[in-house]
Design a protein around this ligand. Structure first.
Ligand code: NAD
Length: 803
């Protein structure tokens, strides 16, 4: 520890990362460069110089000295970023942030870098040689790191000059870097504390990562426990004669894990990669039970030998034959019909309320589900406990790593709390699981859970310690508790988030917008206009809002309650306009799926502050409708506002509004939402979803002083002639066989609303006129049997029906 303090006294450290050099342009290097680009950080990606010409290069008359050839590897890998799925770049334009070069001609450019990250092949000798080569070019305030998944950071540091050691650490990103939140930071004995703190803050604030500090042990935190968990699952499957499909049917969402559960995940990751990662731990362990577990089962080795390594090979634990997915029989090595555990026992667990209850119900179940899950869980929890202190100082780091790196809803210690620590420890011991002594001590002292509110049990001090939280993490639930709820009804509540700013949070199932939310928005704005600086539309669930309450609307439509429906839609429109004309700024903070009504309430806000991962769109046509909450006029206005109102621009705005809605265009990121016009240049983007409410609140505070609501303006329409153009496009799609007759009907209604109906080209109309024709079109469509079938289908199947 003292070494950190001594080191930091003469430490020179950059104050910002503006330019990075990424060495190695493979899967991870290119993915990291892409994510840096998403964060607005320029980079130079370097790779090795090819030793041979390709046939194409030869044909072009190029030589091994041509720059095009010398940069080929990085250059081709850069280009591949545009084709990968899921997309590493939030928008294709971001490719411009990435330059390419090679490790012979461009070493001088390392001097420009604030951060140099090594992402080359996983070999210590290669990495050490590279470090020796690049060290002289690294600026004396720059940071150097390695993305190794498991090689000792200390061993790598030994290749570095003394002066650089305090600025060197492990920065372990997970694949794919844009989407997986976890970043493990692994300091060495000599890494200066300010360097760790700086990188931690940088990664959280600018890259949007969830940072955990890991110790320099094989595979660090996530991959150590993750591989162990997979290996014991495999072991239990063989022991209890279960199939791959059966294991996956109970190790996924049932226990708060991703849908891909165990073996589907392995197929995606690559069984070869997994075998390599597990082998890495195996190599370093002393003989014993743990080493035995990490001795990869022969079946997996056989799969690697056969090249059946998962998705990239077209087969692994699963194989897709046409549309049918088959599972591998590990005895015969043939693919056969997919199996799953089913039955009343499982149905009963699934019907338990909430994910914690399901988790507990499944693991403690007395039948087959529990027989399979209990030993896997008991082993993984005891293992996590045994490694606490060795791989990470705190249980929080272990829980966070598993949640952020593997998409678990609960980390091991959170799971343990959900199961009940005392009882499960008793059972584990009775059954001979190796529970470490510190857990006994904890229980003996009367501490019966790992977490207590915002505190966690700290193994070292044997007390509960407050979790350290980045001040930018504003969570609504605790805020509601600490600061108070100002207004509340069955669908939403208004929470005081401090500094005279409030947040309106939806509490309805799936955050679907119903009448109660509309009323809460109305009341909240009235209240905010009297007592507060402004309001954020913020949520904390999985998605911001996937639209209006479809079930409620379908019910009204099936009962032919046209009067009620007219009232509801009118209400929605008025509420949305109230957001726009609020005398205090309202800032919408969308993230995740922000569809239909979710987009409609965001469009009129004074500003949007969107998370990088925002999938936004007016998708009503999928359920046979068009937007009914002012979405048409607000989309149109948003596009109009961004250009001078020439006739040509008015036509363009109408055209793009029509396309966005008729084709239900959903943004693939917040940057893409800008391209589509949902998001404007003035709107903000938060890289870190957990900082979104904070960032939106800052925007309210920035706007509050001197804020005035927009004035009500008339808007020019393209009228009858414009409508004809829009309809023509729809007819072309119809005759081309791209859309159905019902789609055509919807498109014509949409064209009518966007063009302002049957008015003359260029007529100026007020907003209420737009809203009235929107409501009329919406109501006529919701009365259509085919639209109702679409709504029904969406509610039951969760996807659009094409009829
Ligand atoms: P990769 O094979 O896709 O890319 C490796 C790159 O290194 C290639 O572009 C290659 O040309 C380059 N390279 C090879 N020899 C080199 C040399 N002598 N000098 C410089 N560059 C050289 O590998 P990857 O999956 O991107 O892994 C890179 C690093 O990231 C490894 O340390 C790996 O353990 C780690 N990692 C990988 C993953 C993953 O899921 N793939 C996840 C986290 C960390």
């Amino acid at each position: 520890m003292t070494s950190h303090i001594e080191q930091s006294t003469d430490l020179r450290l950059t104050n910002s990362i503006r330019f990075a050099v990424v060495i190695g342009s493979g899967v991870m290097g290119a993915g990291i460069a892409a994510h840096l680009a998403n964060a607005g950080i320029r980079s130079l990606m370097l790779d090795i110089v090819p030793r041979e010409l390709t046939a194409k290069e030869e044909a072009k008359g190029l030589t091994l000295e041509s720059p095009e050839v010398r940069n080929r590897i990085a250059s081709e890998n850069r280009q591949k970023l545009l084709k990968q799925n899921p997309a590493p770049l939030a928008t294709a334009d971001h490719l411009n942030f990435i330059e390419v070069g090679n490790l012979e001609d461009d070493l001088e450019r390392l001097k420009e870098a604030d951060w140099v990250i090594e992402v080359v092949v996983e070999r210590l000798d290669v990495k050490q040689q590279l470090f020796e080569k690049i060290a002289p070019y690294i600026r004396e305030d720059a940071i150097l790191s390695s993305n190794t998944s498991g090689i000792s950071i200390e061993a790598m540091a030994s290749a570095l000059p003394e002066g650089l050691k305090s600025r060197f650490l492990g920065t372990h990103f997970f694949n794919p870097p844009r989407y997986l939140k976890l970043l493990e930071l692994i300091p060495t004995e000599k890494t200066a504390r300010p360097v760790i703190d700086f990188m931690s803050r940088f990664a959280e604030d600018r890259l949007g990562k969830g940072v955990v500090e890991a110790k320099d042990t094989p595979n660090f935190i996530g991959n150590r426990i993750g591989t162990y968990g997979l290996l014991v699952t495999f072991e239990e499957m063989l022991k209890q004669n279960a199939s791959i499909g059966e294991m996956d049917s109970i190790t996924g969402p049932l226990i708060g894990r991703p849908k891909s559960a165990t073996f589907r995940t392995l197929d995606v990751v690559g069984i070869d990669t997994f075998v390599h990662v597990a082998g890495n731990v195996y190599e370093t362990l002393e003989a014993g039970a743990e080493k035995d577990t990490f001795d990869v089962p022969s079946e997996m080795k056989q799969l690697v030998e056969k090249g059946w390594i998962g998705q990239k090979a077209g087969q692994g634990f699963y194989k897709k034959e046409g549309k049918v997915i088959q599972e591998l029989n590990l005895q015969t090595f043939e693919y056969e019909q997919l199996k799953a555990i089913t039955g009343p026992e499982l149905d009963q667990i699934k019907s338990l309320p909430g994910s914690k209850a399901k988790l507990k119900g499944a693991i403690l179940n007395k039948g087959r589900v529990g027989q399979l899950l209990w030993p896997i869980t008991a082993k993984t929890l005891a293992y996590s406990a045994r490694l606490t202190g060795e791989i990470a100082d705190t249980i929080v780091a272990i829980d966070d790593a598993m949640k952020w790196g593997f998409g678990w809803k609960f980390g091991p210690f959170e799971m343990w709390d959900a199961l009940g620590v005392e009882k499960s420890v008793e059972r584990m011991k009775a059954e001979g699981y190796d529970v470490p002594a510190w857990i006994d001590e904890m229980l003996a002292a009367g501490n019966t859970s790992f977490y207590k509110g915002d505190q966690y049990y700290d193994k070292a001090s044997k007390t509960y310690v407050e979790k350290t939280v980045n001040p930018k993490e504003l969570k609504l639930k605790p805020l509601a508790k600490s600061n108070g709820i100002i207004l509340e009804n069955g669908g939403a509540r208004l929470v005081d988030i401090g500094d005279d700013v409030v947040a309106l949070e939806f509490t309805s199932p799936n955050n679907a917008i119903g009448v109660d939310i509309m009323q809460m928005i109305e009341q909240s704005i009235d209240r905010v206009e009297q007592d507060f600086k402004g309001m954020v539309l913020a949520n904390d669930g999985k998605n911001f809002c996937v639209g209006a309450n479809l079930a409620m609307m379908l019910m009204e439509a099936e009962d032919e309650n046209w009067f009620e429906l007219d009232w509801i839609i009118n209400k929605f429109q008025q509420v949305v306009q109230k957001i726009r004309y609020s005398s205090r700024p309202v800032v919408a903070a969308p993230y995740g799926m922000t569809l239909g009504g979710g987009t409609e309430i965001s469009l009129p806000a004074a500003r949007m502050q969107a998370a990088l991962e925002t999938y936004m769109g007016l998708v009503e046509v999928g359920v046979g409708l068009i937007p009914g909450g002012g979405g048409n006029v607000n989309m149109y206005r948003r596009l109009l506002e961004q250009t001078p109102k020439t006739m040509q621009n008015i036509e363009k705005a109408a055209q793009q509004t029509f396309e966005n809605i008729a084709m239900a265009k959903v943004s693939k990121s917040a940057f893409d939402a800008k391209t589509l016009g949902y998001h404007r240049a003035v709107d903000g983007i938060s890289m870190n979803r957990d900082h979104l409410t904070f960032d939106a609140k800052q925007t309210v505070l920035e706007l509050a002083d001197g804020y005035t609501a927009p004035v009500r303006e008339k808007l020019p329409v393209v009228g009858q002639t414009g409508k004809a153009t829009l309809e023509l496009a729809a007819y072309e799609m119809f005759y081309g066989g791209y859309i159905s007759e019902h789609d055509l009907k919807i498109a014509k209604k949409l064209a009518h609303v966007i063009s302002g109906g049957d008015l003359a080209y260029g007529t100026l109309v007020d907003e209420q006129y737009f809203l009235d024709i929107e409501r009329e079109a919406f109501l006529s469509l919701i009365g259509e049997p085919k639209s109702q079938q679409r709504m029904q289908h969406m509610l039951v199947k969760g996807k659009p029906l094409r009829n």
